[in-house]
Ligand binder design. Structure first.
Ligand code: NAD
Length: 513
């Protein structure tokens, strides 16, 4: 056990076999079929989880329903205090949890720790927010009337999360939902259930210490069928789902069918534009981090680089030099910058995409090989690929969830670069590197980037929790985390109070009886 994984599991309360669900304070569902979880870093078994059935899901929903009427009466700042305590526990477990994120998902340790930090940050944000869930006061057109809007707790919030941010994205949703007075049910990715179990142990301790009802935070470890049950469930007014566009279409349709609310955070196909006036030293770090960080498995990964032809040669040479010395290796090994892909299927999607795009006319400039060394035996490692391509190639138009960076040339003005950047079906993150004010503002103006995130002189990945996170078009339109994203977790009510002695009607209507 060179990386001390057994210690981490002990600290986080992960047993060799883990039950399928937790209604906050009680675990249940053990004894159904077991799924073994192996690390993508070395193929070693970490532990097994029981796979929850739809009947297990039913138990969880009932616990959540019982908790909601209690939780919504707890004053919001007191709900914030519970979230504050969760944040303190997360600080206490940051090292161990970060390490388990790294080992179970495959991202490098620094990124695993960063993910836990993001959870801590959203807790702090939510604590402040718990005193700021405010609406507007409007002036009524009628005398002696007062009009305002207020936000009430919504109910049960379903959270379906993806493997690549196995805990942070849950916390963006669950911590905001909690201060908003909602109870949550989390269905993590079936590829990364153990970090969810670890987090649920932390939650359970806080619920117990505060003598709170058990169904405030719930967990259910199942596959897509449990997610589908949640999407179709009328008792769950909001389903927040993060994952592929294919999943989003299914969940969005099921939630829409019953006129529920869906918050969708789906795939991206993010680009950085490099104009002739880019600061290339700065851009290089952003590009390489954006393209190969988390082995290309971030929703905000830089997948396309749109380069002015006057600097194309210099940029490609510098990238070739950087890619030649990328430290690919075990994610817990100090010095590694690129860890493994999540599984063998992901490796196959990577190699298939490279074959396909070359048939479409692209040139592979670097990388693309599957790495097999004695040291990395059992893991799913690849060398990040650099590909000269054109934007319209079908493979470039799709999100391949792996480290492939397409270099795309443009020769006209910034308008042409923006047109190429927007000419994909996804609309998550985008960036421009330029020191020219006109180019930067054109990128941010209405005819500019059509993405939910548009950055100047910053790459596409690594968003802060203070902003609203999400994207347009096939990315699903949802917004999570900071700014006023909290409003989707509440039900809005417009109130008008007449404190006068007359009953004037709006629009001056006369209706004398
Ligand atoms: P995935 O779609 O395979 O799975 C995501 C989750 O959806 C899992 O929990 C899965 O069990 C569930 N699911 C799958 N099909 C379902 C269905 N029909 N009904 C209900 N639930 C279903 O995605 P993944 O491979 O885990 O994650 C990678 C994808 O997630 C990428 O496309 C990436 O861009 C996207 N992603 C987006 C964001 C964002 O904020 N926009 C963040 C992270 C990841």
């Amino acid at each position: 056990d060179p990386h001390g994984i057994q210690d981490v599991l002990r600290q986080l309360g992960i047993k060799a076999e883990n039950p399928a669900y937790s209604t906050g304070r009680q675990w249940g569902g053990a004894g159904t079929s077991l799924k073994t979880i192996v690390s993508p870093a070395d193929g070693q078994r970490i532990a097994a989880v029981a796979v929850a059935t739809v009947a297990d899901y039913e138990t969880v929903v009932q616990a959540a329903q019982a908790a909601f009427p209690v939780w919504r009466l707890v004053p919001a700042p007191q709900r914030g205090d519970i979230v504050r305590q969760i944040g303190l526990e997360l600080r206490h477990h940051k090292e161990a949890l970060g390490k388990l994120v790294s080992y179970e998902m495959g991202k490098i340790l620094q990124e695993g720790l960063g993910e836990v930090q993001e959870m801590i940050d959203i807790c702090d944000f939510a604590v402040g927010l718990s005193r700021q869930l405010h609406g507007f006061t409007m002036h009524s057109e009628r005398p002696a009337h007062r009009m305002y809007d207020q936000y009430h707790p919504l109910g049960l919030v379903g959270i379906i999360s993806a493997f690549n941010f196995p805990v942070a994205v849950w916390s963006w949703n669950a911590m905001l939902a909690a201060v908003c007075g909602d109870v949550s049910i989390w269905k993590p990715s079936e590829k990364t259930p153990l970090v969810a179990v670890a987090v649920q142990h932390i939650i359970r301790k806080v619920l117990e210490e505060n003598d709170l009802p058990e169904g405030v935070f719930n967990l259910v470890l199942g596959g897509p069928e449990v997610g589908a049950a949640m999407a179709a469930d009328e008792r769950v007014p909001l389903v927040s789902a993060t994952g592929s566009t294919r999943m989003g279409r299914a969940v969005g349709a099921a939630v829409g069918q019953r006129l529920g609310r869906a918050l969708l955070e789906l795939g991206g196909n993010n680009a950085i534009i490099l104009t002739p006036q880019a600061d290339l030293d700065m851009a290089m770090r952003a590009i390489v981090f954006g393209a190969v960080g988390t082995a290309g498995q971030r929703c905000t990964t830089t997948r396309r680089l749109i380069i002015h032809d006057s600097i194309y040669e210099e940029v490609s040479q510098r990238l070739l030099a950087a890619y030649a010395k990328l430290p690919v290796g075990h994610p817990l090994q100090a010095g590694t910058l690129v860890g493994p892909l999540i599984d063998a299927d992901a490796v196959a999607l990577f190699t298939d995409a490279l074959e396909k795009v070359q048939r479409e006319g692209a040139t592979l400039l670097a990388g693309g090989q599957v790495v097999s060394s004695a040291e990395l035996h059992g893991g799913h490692y690849v060398l990040p690929a650099l590909v000269a391509a054109e934007n319209h190639y079908p493979t470039v138009q799709a999100e391949t969830f792996a480290p492939i960076l397409y270099l795309i040339k443009y020769s006209g003005g910034v308008g042409e670069a923006i047109r190429l950047q927007n000419d994909v079906r996804q609309g998550l993150s985008s960036a421009i590197f330029t020191l020219n004010l006109r180019e930067a503002e054109a990128f941010l103006a209405a005819p500019g980037s059509d993405c939910g995130i548009a950055n100047v002189n910053i790459g596409t990945s690594g968003a802060e929790i203070g902003g609203a996170f999400g994207g347009e078009k096939e990315t699903g339109g949802g917004r999570e985390s900071g700014s006023d994203a909290w409003k989707v977790y509440m039900r809005r009510q417009t109130n008008t109070v007449n404190y006068g002695t007359e009953l004037p009607l709006a629009q001056g209507i006369k209706f004398d009886i």
